[in-house]
Design a protein around this ligand. Structure first.
Ligand code: GRF
Length: 192
């Protein structure tokens, strides 16, 4: 009998290329999860079109004018209505309220473009170049109340090359993100 697939909801704010990599990985019959909902706090986020084209329900609503906890409660309701068991943040550019984080404790992951704990926050590629680092990369971690914190599930390294600018480096890191995120989420769901 086929393995029961865990239901995943993905939160995005923009391009959604990591979301797309999770959706594409879930097409494989041996993938232990399925994507049942994509949520965006930006109603015209580019990633929504990809989700819709792949027949994945979307919940898109601007956070503007709502208190953080109020907005998060609406998102939480949409996730629960869809039967979501695990949440994957994929370029979701909103800080989460403590109550939301608490509800999804241990079942919510994020991908961040740095070798955490180094370079939390924004502009990670430029900051790594400016610091003269030899390597950079990406991390998938469990989401806790602190930004870009929480137990690290998986990392991939990318060398910083002579003459790299932030865009070139970001492009090479992104290739690794698209491999790392589906693999790390599958591991979490399998309980490994
Ligand atoms: C990625 O670099 C991700 O690591 C970071 O935000 C970016 C989102 O890109 N959290 P995309 O929307 O997944 O293409």
């Amino acid at each position: 009998m086929a393995e029961r697939r865990a239901k995943v909801g993905i939160l995005i704010s923009g391009r959604g290329s990591n979301m797309a990599s999770l959706i594409e990985a879930a097409r494989r019959p041996d993938c232990p999860y399925e994507v049942v909902l994509v949520v965006s706090n930006v109603p015209d986020a580019a990633g929504l079109a990809f989700a819709a084209a792949n027949n994945i329900p979307t919940f898109a609503m601007s956070h503007i004018g709502l208190k953080r906890a109020e907005f998060d409660a609406l998102v939480d309701g949409a996730l629960r209505d869809a039967g979501v068991e695990y949440v994957a943040l994929a370029g979701y550019m909103r800080l989460l309220s403590p109550g939301f984080v608490e509800k999804w404790a241990g079942r919510m992951v994020n991908i961040h473009p740095s070798l955490l704990p180094a370079y939390k926050g924004l502009d990670t590629h430029q900051r790594a170049i400016d610091a003269g680092e030899a390597k950079h990369g990406c991390s998938v971690h469990i989401v806790t109340a602190e930004l870009d914190d929480g137990p690290i599930l998986a990392q991939a390294e990318v060398p910083i090359l002579e003459g790299d600018d932030a865009d070139a480096l970001a492009g090479r890191v992104l290739i690794e993100e698209h491999k790392l995120y589906p693999a790390a989420l599958a591991q979490l769901v399998r309980g490994k």
